[in-house]
Design a protein around this ligand. Structure first.
Ligand SMILES: [Zn+2]
Length: 160
């Protein structure tokens, strides 16, 4: 069962999801293709994430993004309950890190240390992994709301 997100109810979210399934089965909407719009991994399987469930439906960015499962389910949708983990993950992405890089224990430890530094109010630097092609602060995920209230707040909807 879906939860509220960006001020859209489970019923509204499910309605767009059902329409997307119908369009994909007809071939009108193509399956999601990479790279992951959050971590930038070009080789990972991706799935759709909706930021905007408003009608008329929009099937492109910035309403609809292709994300890897890890970014989508473990990072983006859990940011409301894990603020420092979300901030640390964004810092990891901005040093050219992919979500899958966190399978490496050394990289995972480094990001955990970064997260703990944030929690102590300290600053910390992560080693660059790859070049980062985007402009820091202007990414679609840079200024997403992380307050739990935004889940049910209709003013969180991208289109009013
Ligand atoms: Zn990703």
């Amino acid at each position: 069962m879906l939860n509220w997100y960006n001020g859209y109810s489970p019923i509204e979210r499910n309605k767009k999801l059902q329409v997307s399934k119908r369009l994909m089965s007809k071939g009108t909407l193509s399956p999601a293709t990479g790279p992951c719009a959050l971590c930038g991994d070009p080789d990972v399987a991706v799935e759709y994430h909706d930021e905007d469930y408003g009608e008329p439906y929009i099937w492109t960015e910035p309403a609809l993004f292709a994300l890897c499962r890890n970014c989508h389910r473990d990072k983006l949708h859990k940011r409301f309950w894990r603020h420092s983990a979300w901030q640390a993950f964004i810092a990891h992405v901005r040093r050219g890190g992919y979500a899958c890089d966190l399978k490496d224990p050394a990289i995972k430890r480094e990001v955990s240390a970064y997260q703990q530094a944030i929690e102590r109010g300290e600053t910390c630097v992560l080693q660059q992994i790859r070049p980062y092609p985007r402009t820091i602060g202007t990414e679609w995920f840079a200024n997403l709301r992380i307050d739990i209230e935004s889940l049910v707040d209709t003013s969180a909807r991208p289109r009013q």
